[in-house]
Design a protein around this ligand. Structure first.
Ligand SMILES: NC(=O)c1ccc[n+]([C@@H]2O[C@H](COP(=O)([O-])OP(=O)(O)OC[C@H]3O[C@@H](n4cnc5c(N)ncnc54)[C@H](O)[C@@H]3O)[C@@H](O)[C@H]2O)c1
Ligand SMILES: [Zn+2]
Length: 359
């Protein structure tokens, strides 16, 4: 259907969304070597097998290993298992790592690719909506430590991203909706027309109408690619717009425990950020209302799980990687489709929002 170019000079690559031909020819034209190690989680093992077959038909041979699904796999222990697999396969520097799955597989296998032999080529084959619109694009890979999420990581751009939106058919409703939170985010931070399109086409998007899903994925990838191209390593501040809703979200995630979904926390976080912006008179009330309306339509929360724990949440925010010297920074909207980075927000204002919001 469409190919999106991520322009990063010598590290430029393509994101193929529903293109014909299969991953075999796509990978073969982008990889120097003819060997690959495919990693997939158990839930998408069949897609992993198919990927291995298609690569084989294009002359790229290799192995498949499956990973236990779930966030717990983004661990040092699981990373060690991947290194061991790569070592057993006598991986050389031209052997590609192919990550088939959601953000967990992409982050974990991607980090193995970034570090094994000081870097192996990586092909991302995202199979969740979140991975298609967010985690497979931009080069961030990593694992968690007991001390916190994503504390060990690298920037390692893939050689290509291969997306087949039809693979989303088997994704759970909850995971699909969670992915939509990041999609709404792109509309809020960068593209008012896309936001309006989501409002008008919410039913088709929710029903996973193939054309609507393809549009959602392609536009989200385009928007993220544009940001990443302007600030590959989060140095100029441009890439920070992607953190809209995320300072709140990370605090809520810490409290939500293992059953929470990142997208659900992001939805609640974006609603809180809009309330904060409204309080600072950056936006009128109807912007918050439109955001919450779309989130609600997508079955997403607009408040963190009860009961409110403002002190605990504030504490988590101060410890956030993005806080500078303990000072809270927020990406806040000044209209739909445009945001600013604000770092002079008094903690009391944040505490008020956190105390007021209920489920
Ligand atoms: N690197 C980045 O830039 C970035 C950005 C955002 C999020 N992340 C990371 O992504 C992770 C979350 O990703 P996720 O939401 O994709 O979670 P996930 O990888 O855990 O996938 C969610 C669930 O869906 C299953 N699944 C995957 N594809 C499926 C399919 N096609 N059909 C049926 N089931 C399928 C998985 O097995 C899993 O149980 C987090 O660890 C987060 O930190 C990374
Ligand atoms: Zn996110």
């Amino acid at each position: 259907m469409t190919t999106i170019r991520v322009s990063l000079g010598p590290r430029s690559y393509d994101i193929a969304v529903d293109e014909p031909g299969g991953i075999g020819p796509f990978a073969a034209t982008r990889l120097k070597g003819r060997r690959a190690y495919v990693f997939a989680d158990y839930n998408v093992a069949a897609l992993g097998e198919r990927t291995l077959d298609e690569l084989g038909r294009a002359g790229i041979t290799g192995r498949l290993a499956t990973i236990p699904p779930g966030e717990a796999s983004k661990s040092i222990a699981q990373l060690a298992v991947l290194y061991e697999r790569l070592a057993q396969a006598r991986t050389d520097r031209q052997t590609a790592v192919v990550a088939v799955g959601g953000g967990v597989v992409g982050d974990l296998a991607g980090f193995a690719a970034a570090t094994y032999n000081r870097g192996l080529p990586l092909v991302m084959v995202p199979t969740t909506l979140l991975a298609m619109v967010d985690s497979s694009v931009g080069g961030k890979v990593g694992i968690n430590l007991p001390a916190g999420k994503n504390l060990v990581g690298a920037f390692h751009q893939p050689a290509g991203v291969w997306i087949e939106t039809a693979t989303l058919t088997s994704l759970s409703d909850r995971d699909y909706r969670a992915g939509l939170a990041e999609v709404v985010k792109y509309g809020m931070i960068l593209d008012a027309d896309f936001f309006a399109w989501l409002e008008s086409n919410a039913d088709a998007v929710l029903a996973r109408d193939p054309a609507a899903v393809a549009r959602v994925v392609a536009r989200s990838c385009e928007l993220k690619a544009g940001v990443v191209a302007g600030d590959e390593r989060e140095e100029t501040g441009l890439r920070a717009v992607l953190n809209f809703g995320h300072t709140f979200a990370h605090a809520f995630e810490t409290a939500a425990g293992s059953d929470g979904r990142h997208g659900e926390a992001v939805a609640a976080g974006m609603a809180c950020a809009a309330r904060l912006a409204e309080r600072r008179r950056m936006i009128p009330a109807d912007v918050t209302a439109r955001l919450i309306g779309l989130l609600t339509k997508f079955g997403l929360p607009s408040a963190p799980p009860a009961p409110p724990r403002p002190d605990e949440w504030l504490d988590a925010m101060r410890r956030d990687k993005k806080a500078v010297a303990g000072r809270l920074r927020f990406v806040l909207p000044h209209r739909i489709g445009a945001v600013d980075m604000i770092d002079d927000i008094p903690e009391d204002a944040v505490r008020d929002i956190l105390t007021e919001v209920g489920p």
